[in-house]
Design a protein around this ligand. Structure first.
Ligand SMILES: Nc1ncnc2c1ncn2[C@@H]1O[C@H](COP(=O)(O)OP(=O)(O)OP(=O)(O)O)[C@@H](O)[C@H]1O
Length: 248
């Protein structure tokens, strides 16, 4: 479970805070969406969850441990429990697909034979077994993101952080990547925290969501709660789509 307690982040003196007293909880095994306009603080919040950004004040508890109190070594260990995927995929262009997926395993000093077996397993999971020797430049956007997902899962993380992972993809590819994330969540029990500016993404796969504005939490809750609350703006935006009415 992730608990964010009173987290504020100010990048520079005199600037308004990027996060202002944010508190929320992310249940184990859930898919949690962070929404809000550009500049609302979404990336800052996501980056605080693995301490790529250090909060100015507040606490981030992951599995009961306050990340801010961890030593460098403990933080490195905790980060192995957190995978991350990105809008721009962040693949190494000089390495083939298998070698990209192997990067976290190399960092964790996993022996070569074990690495190869794990990479094969991961490529099968994301449906890219036939692309192991291909280079990123030979892949479509959706395939690149599948490599990014396989790499993020390599060290068997408990948490997967997704920074606009589908924003660069067309709607059909987005749907297939969201389906993959949902399968990973269900099959492996990985908790997924995703930033998106597309409410359709939240509707498609999130169990809970928070909306941010100017660094503050505007609303948060489970999708079911939000959708059932007539006073919730986010809930109204996330109302289930009605089936199209067909003329007879
Ligand atoms: N490294 C940084 N240094 C200084 N200010 C920053 C830095 N990163 C973000 N900010 C500021 O913090 C605020 C929140 O930015 P953040 O990137 O978290 O928002 P966001 O909701 O993710 O936006 P977007 O959807 O455009 O990515 C903005 O005002 C931004 O200019």
């Amino acid at each position: 479970m992730i608990v964010v307690e009173g987290v504020s982040k100010t990048y520079a003196d005199g600037q308004p805070p990027a996060l202002d007293n944010v508190s929320l909880q992310i249940a184990d095994g859930s898919i949690f969406g962070i929404v809000g306009r550009s500049g609302a603080g979404k990336s800052t919040l996501l980056r605080c969850l693995n301490l790529l950004e250090r909060p100015t004040t507040g606490r981030i508890l992951m599995d009961g441990q306050d990340l801010i109190q961890l030593s460098d070594k403990q933080l490195r260990q905790q980060r192995q429990r957190i995978g991350m995927i990105f809008q721009g995929f962040n693949l190494l262009h000089s390495r083939n697909v298998a070698d990209n997926v192997a990067v976290p395993l190399e960092i964790a000093n996993v022996p070569k034979a074990e690495r190869a077996a794990r990479v094969a397993e991961l490529l099968a999971l994301v449906g890219l077994s036939d692309k192991a020797m291909a280079f990123p430049s030979q892949l479509s956007g959706g395939q690149k993101q599948r490599v990014g997902i396989a790499r993020a899962l390599a060290a068997r993380p408990a948490y997967l952080l997704s920074d606009e992972a589908t924003s660069a993809l067309d709607p059909e590819t987005t749907a297939s990547i969201l389906e993959l994330l949902r399968d990973i969540n269900r099959q492996l029990g990985v908790t997924i925290v995703l930033i998106t500016h597309e409410l359709d993404v939240v509707k498609a796969i999130c169990d809970s969501a928070v909306s941010l504005a100017e660094g503050r939490v505007v609303e948060s809750g489970s999708l079911v709660q939000l959708q059932a609350d007539p006073s919730s703006r986010l809930g109204r935006s996330l109302a289930p789509s009605r089936p199209a009415v067909r003329a007879v």
